[in-house]
Ligand binder design. Structure first.
Ligand code: CU
Length: 115
């Protein structure tokens, strides 16, 4: 059953009820912060590029038998040494693209994209 929800310039906009509920649901629910995981294994960050929304958290988990770091090139975040089987969590607040490296193994590179 179509429902009249708006009238603009004398022209009615009609939507089906399911479409209206979908639209209201999207409008009413603020973006829920999500939790992401980057695995560090075999000297690699996986995924190498992670795309998140501002407010999301990212946890890096070190599965190698030696420490690594997650250090932004602009130093906006720095885990310090993450011991084997340990993790480090960072909340992405600022939008942008943040390349990072492991300072102990500079060939290890990754990137956080915050939208
Ligand atoms: Cu490393």
């Amino acid at each position: 059953m179509p429902a009249l929800i708006a009238s603009r310039g004398g022209k009615a906009v009609r939507m089906t009820l399911p479409a209206m509920l979908l639209l209201l649901g999207i409008a009413a629910s603020p973006a829920v912060a999500q939790q992401h995981t980057v695995v560090i294994e075999a000297m690699q960050f996986s995924p190498q590029v992670i795309e998140v929304r501002a407010g999301d958290t990212i946890t890096w988990k070190n599965r190698d038998p030696f420490p690594h770091t997650v250090t932004a090139q602009d130093r906006s975040f720095d885990s310090g040494e993450i011991a084997p089987d340990q993790g480090w969590t960072f909340k992405a607040a600022r939008k942008g693209t943040f390349p990072y490296v492991c300072t102990l193994h500079p060939t290890m590179k990754g990137s956080v994209v915050v939208k």
